[in-house]
Design a protein around this ligand. Structure first.
Ligand code: SF4
Ligand code: SF4
Length: 172
């Protein structure tokens, strides 16, 4: 048992995974569960019992889309998406990622929000392609989105850039 990791997760997330009943209501409602290497309830159990390595090296923590379905179904009100955010933060701090392209996407997304106040999709796509090496993936879809005006050439910049800076300073 790795009590150090369980404690680290609890202190950082303020979620108590020891309350988990292993009822599987979270997993049975999760729309992404079939693609996850470990199901959400298994992540809870591994935090309790097996510690860090398996959890931080799982694809699950990167595949969770934060849809909140599990939270609404959980009888113990365990906020799993918040738990997944915490696990991602720990993984990034320790330079671990089973899904490096998803990590790249998250970082570029945040950089874009930091720079413009909201995401500039075209820039995000271009940088993602360069960094991930997936230069020709989804070209047709991209073209269709551009033709329909879903991808803007220039970024939309928010007025309160100072406010955005303050937010990033607080969560640093
Ligand atoms: S729904 Fe809640 S109590 Fe049930 S397994 Fe999932 S996290 Fe645990
Ligand atoms: S928030 Fe994550 S773990 Fe919960 S149901 Fe949605 S994808 Fe699954």
């Amino acid at each position: 048992m790795n009590k150090g990791f369980a404690l680290q997760v609890t202190e950082k997330s303020h979620e108590n995974v020891n309350k988990c009943l292993q009822c599987l209501k979270c997993t049975s409602g999760c729309p992404i569960a079939s693609w996850m290497d470990y199901k959400p309830n298994q992540i809870n159990r591994m935090i309790q019992m097996e510690g860090k390595t398996k959890v931080l090296n799982s694809s699950t923590i990167w595949l969770c889309v934060g849809c909140q379905t599990c939270v609404t179904r959980c009888p113990m009100k365990i906020d799993i998406p918040h738990l997944m955010d915490t696990l991602r933060e720990i993984a990034v701090a320790e330079n671990i990622s089973k899904e490096p392209n998803i990590t790249i996407f998250h970082q570029l997304f945040l950089n874009s929000v930091k720079k413009w106040g909201r995401v500039h999709e075209l820039e995000l796509i271009g940088l993602y392609k360069l960094k991930s090496g997936q230069l020709f993936a989804d070209m047709q879809l991209g073209q269709q989105m551009f033709m329909k005006g879903k991808l803007k050439l220039l970024p939309e910049i928010v007025k309160d850039k100072k406010g955005i800076k303050e937010i990033f300073k607080k969560v640093k």
